[in-house]
Ligand binder design. Structure first.
Ligand code: PLP
Length: 917
């Protein structure tokens, strides 16, 4: 059979041939459609579908019946491919489009236009595969290749030869260094000197949306359609476009002879991908600009034409409509780059680009590994170069992920003076990483870890949150403290000072190890608790704890459950966990979540599943501290890990917690929370820019039954739906308004406070109507209102528990003392505190951070070693607290237990630097 050439690849198409709504007339000229409209509209007037199908069908057939039909054999022509080629020609300002099996296949058919002795002038920063193919034709076909720096159009001049120069091969921007070639000027100067030379441009980095080189004098443009044109990394394809009929004829002949035309199914997929090209590209390049700016401001050398510092920016702006979605940057060290690349989660380590998913790679070890190192060096391709190919994910998620990887690799650190991250000089970054390794080792020797986490208040939306309304919660500066002291006697113990000095200890071997399935680092805890472990612990480890010690039993269960599930097989470091709180326990202020955060942190530290950031070495060039006031010194990754396990602890204690309390305990600040499943955006969102506010928290000391209160509101809703739904709606507006004012940077402080006062009063009235107040809470309200004029609302479940009173900045010290005295006289317990402060804290283990002279100062980290001869703690029967002798062996434990309640926070603060989330 004699296959014919696909006529649809060769027939000249009118440019932008889509019929537009306005007919051409002298008064109203025909207005061509914009690019995104062209992309989305696949129409070929010459190939109407017989059934009017709205998507082009896949003609999955090798042959066509008949002798005089339009198609006979799919190697030569196929209707799906014809539609695709028509569409590509339309969006590329081209008369002809040919589609083949890959970008390299596209280059291959183009290079077959050459003959032995021909000369090619090519760029010196080309895609690795292009170089490989050029090298092949140099050795096997006898074509001469000159690699030149195409960023300087004059550098081509010495090689242009009217007789010999057959082809000029250009990329702009280049991949991965984003060098710019002036396609228009080069085309013009080549045409003037060697009119027969064919100008070929690889346009893969831009796609026809951002650059159409045929408009700048190129003869042939090709794209690896595997990239932006398809956009989903689910196919390989190459596209060649041109306006010259003679060239198109030759290329179509080669494709038909070789048989590398695109298959029907890939043609279909590519056609579908192209419909969203403009949409994807807009998002991808907007995010790329953000990433480029971010890295540039940190101090990295960034290659991206969207940056004012880019040397080719002016030329690029002239020939292209956008900057694309690939950038590269240098870190100064290959090893450091490898750490960064290996440290990201959202950015997938992969070659290629143009996909909706973001990718990270090191060209020298991946896409450009086919170029030998000496040539790479000669062409100025840095070995440490990282290439980022940006997808369509949320830009903030991408930046967060990148930042985390940079921090973890030690490439950036917080500069205290500027309170922002800055680049760490590469050699120091590596020593930070080494330091981190030392710390990992040294952490094994650390004997005591003191941790703390804040409680929370619900400022707005309690109860309503159960019914889908947004609640606003903030951290309160009353904290739970937990001290983990390593033991050498194979025993674990818990000491809960706030729960009647509860103390219990277990032989580690006596625990039900056959019932646990440990969860390895990096693995998530399943949604459901491990009931087998819960039951085994209840039966074998907690059975001696009396039934009336419910809270202590729960706390012990959490302690053992986390300890066991986080352990590594055959590696059971044992410890005592001692806890105290400056937070009233069981008063609705999140005491259990702050306990959960402390025990989760302690267990993770003891099992060495989290580490602290290394102590940066200040350099003479840049003075870098571990953090500003210790804030943000604990990395987001560590905080998330702690939060995940705190949530598990909360599940053990409460069955089905919302996750708000533990998130506030770990992250601090304030957050808005809405339960999932109410037809609106659910989940938690931090309130940025939350300003710390002064509050008086008053514990009514009336015990509550939270479950009963919640059920009562549910019942009321069932009986009086109109009333309750109206209230819920009003509370939603209160939360919305509160969130708005709390995050408004422009709002003057006094306006903020008066707005919050009014919202508190309103929210409280609604809670009264819902029937969850209590006479004691109303007494607190009236004591604060008259004569002080302050706004108070119940917080939490109500029916007792706590009330919160907003204290304006100008409220006098004496007046405050009067109020506190009046409340104490009524047998209430007031706490003056602030909300919106730090989350999880860990007392820095670094000697440099410890306060000298505070007795008894823990030893410097690098001097801490376990005692040579284990000194067994005595088994303490019957739940009694350890004696003075035991305490003397643990430097922090005795003073921790001895500090008076009112001075606990101050005592902890004076020990040294605290590192916070
Ligand atoms: N040109 C450039 C700039 C590329 O990046 C690539 C592939 O990465 C190609 C051409 C080759 O395309 P393909 O992989 O589709 O053969």
């Amino acid at each position: 059979m004699a296959p014919s050439i696909d006529p649809h690849a060769l027939g000249k198409l009118p440019l932008h041939d889509l019929p537009t709504p306005e007919p051409e007339s002298p008064r109203r000229p025909r207005k061509p459609y914009k690019f995104s409209t062209l992309c989305a509209t696949v129409e070929n007037p010459d190939m109407k579908d017989q059934y009017g199908s709205s998507s082009v069908p896949i003609y999955q057939t090798a042959t066509f019946k008949g002798v005089s039909g339009e198609f006979d054999y799919s190697r030569s022509g196929n209707p799906t491919r014809s539609h695709l080629q028509h569409h590509i020609a339309k969006i590329s300002s081209a008369a002809h489009a040919i589609t083949v099996s890959s970008g390299m296949a596209a280059l291959d058919i183009i290079l077959r236009l050459l003959k032995p002795g021909d000369e090619v002038i090519a760029g010196d920063d080309l895609y690795g595969g292009t170089n490989r193919l050029l090298t092949y034709i140099r050795t096997h076909v006898g074509v001469v290749i000159h690699h030149v720096d195409t960023t300087d159009h004059a550098s081509l001049l010495p090689y242009i030869n009217a007789e010999k120069t057959a082809m000029v091969l250009l990329e702009s921007p280049t991949n991965p260094l984003l060098k710019i070639a002036d396609l228009a000027t080069i085309s013009q100067q080549v045409k003037e000197r060697a009119p027969n030379a064919i100008i070929v441009v690889d346009n893969t980095m831009m796609s026809p949306y951002l650059q159409r080189p045929l408009e700048h004098g190129a003869d042939i443009v090709y794209d690896s359609a595997t990239k932006y044109l398809s956009g989903h990394h689910d196919l390989m394809a190459g596209v060649v476009t041109c306006n010259r009929d003679d060239i198109a004829q030759k290329l179509a002949f080669i494709v038909n002879s070789v048989g590398n035309a695109l298959t029907p199914i890939d043609s279909f997929l590519l056609l579908r991908g192209i419909k969203t090209l403009a949409l994807r590209m807009d998002r991808q390049q907007a995010t790329t600009q953000m990433v480029a700016d971010y890295l540039y401001l940190l101090g990295f050398k960034v290659h991206y034409p969207g940056l004012a510092s880019h040397p080719g920016r002016e030329v690029h702006n002239r020939i292209a409509d956008g900057n694309g979605a690939v950038l590269s940057f240098e870190t100064g060290n290959k090893e450091l780059s490898e750490k960064i690349v290996g440290g990201t989660r959202l950015w997938g380590i992969s070659v290629s680009f143009g996909c909706v998913n973001s990718l990270i790679s090191m060209p020298c070890v991946m896409s450009h590994a086919s170029i030998d190192p000496a040539t790479r060096a000669a062409r100025g391709l840095p070995e440490d170069l990282i290439r980022l190919c940006v997808g369509i994910e949320d830009p903030h998620d991408l930046l967060d992920d990148l930042e985390r990887a940079l921090v973890d690799a030690g490439a950036i650190a917080l500069d205290v003076a500027q309170n922002r991250y800055v680049k760490v000089p590469a050699q120091d970054a590596l020593s930070l990483a080494v330091n981190q390794l030392h710390l990992d080792g040294a952490a094994k020797k650390q004997e005591e870890w003191l941790v703390s986490a804040p409680g929370k208040v619900i400022l707005f939306g309690e109860h309503a949150v159960v019914h889908g309304v947004t609640a606003i919660a903030a951290s309160v500066d009353l904290r739970c403290y937990g001290l983990a002291t390593l033991r050498n006697d194979r025993k674990l113990s818990i000491h809960l000072q706030d729960l009647d000095d509860f103390y219990y200890e277990w032989d580690v071997e006596s625990l039900p190890w056959n019932a646990v399935t440990p969860i390895a680092p990096g693995e998530e805890h399943p949604e459901e608790l491990d009931q087998r472990l819960v039951e085994a612990l209840s039966e074998k480890a907690l059975h001696e704890i009396k039934a009336d010690q419910k809270a202590a039993r729960g706390a012990s269960l959490v302690f053992l459950y986390l300890y066991m599930i986080l352990s590594k097989p055959q590696d059971y470091p044992t410890f005592s966990f001692t806890t105290r709180s400056s937070l009233p326990v069981g008063a609705g202020l999140g005491s259990s979540a702050s306990y959960s955060a402390c025990i989760a942190t302690a267990a993770l530290l003891v099992h060495r599943r989290i580490t602290l950031p290394p102590l940066p070495q200040p350099t003479s060039a840049e003075h870098i501290h571990i953090s500003h006031q210790g804030r943000r010194a604990i990395t987001p990754a560590t905080a998330e890990e702690v939060n995940r396990w705190s949530f598990v602890a909360e599940k053990i204690l409460h069955g089905n917690p919302s996750g708000v309390d533990n998130s506030v305990a770990v992250f601090g600040g304030a957050l808005a929370y809405a339960r999932p499943g109410f037809g609106k955006k659910s989940g938690m969102e931090g309130i940025q820019g939350f300003k710390s506010l002064k509050f008086l928290l008053t514990n009514s000391k009336v015990p509550r039954d939270t479950k009963k209160l919640v059920a009562g509101v549910g019942e009321k809703k069932a009986n009086e739906p109109e009333l309750v739904n109206g209230i819920l709606q009003s509370i939603q507006s209160i939360s919305d308004e509160a969130r708005r004012v709390l995050a408004d940077p422009e709002l003057p402080r006094d306006s903020l406070l008066s707005a919050l006062s009014a919202l508190m009063t309103e929210n409280h009235q609604h809670l009264v109507t819902l029937g969850v107040s209590h006479p004691a809470l109303e007494t607190i309200r009236s004591k604060t209102a008259v004569p002080h004029g302050l706004s108070t609302k119940l917080t939490g479940a109500g029916g007792g528990g706590c009330a919160v009173t907003l204290i304006p900045d100008e409220f006098g010290e004496e007046q405050l003392q009067d109020l506190i005295t009046a409340l104490i006289r009524e047998e209430f317990q007031p706490y003056l505190t602030s909300v919106g402060g730090s989350g999880l804290g860990i007392l820095s283990p670094y000697a440099a951070h410890r306060t000298p002279g505070v007795p008894p100062a823990p030893q410097a980290l690098d001097q801490v070693t376990p005692p040579d001869t284990p000194t067994p703690h005595e088994q303490i029967a019957g739940g009694a607290a350890p004696g003075a002798d035991d305490l003397a062996r643990d430097p922090l434990r005795a003073p921790f237990l001895a500090a008076p309640d009112a001075e606990l926070a101050q005592w902890a603060g004076a020990l040294g630097r605290w590192l916070y989330v």
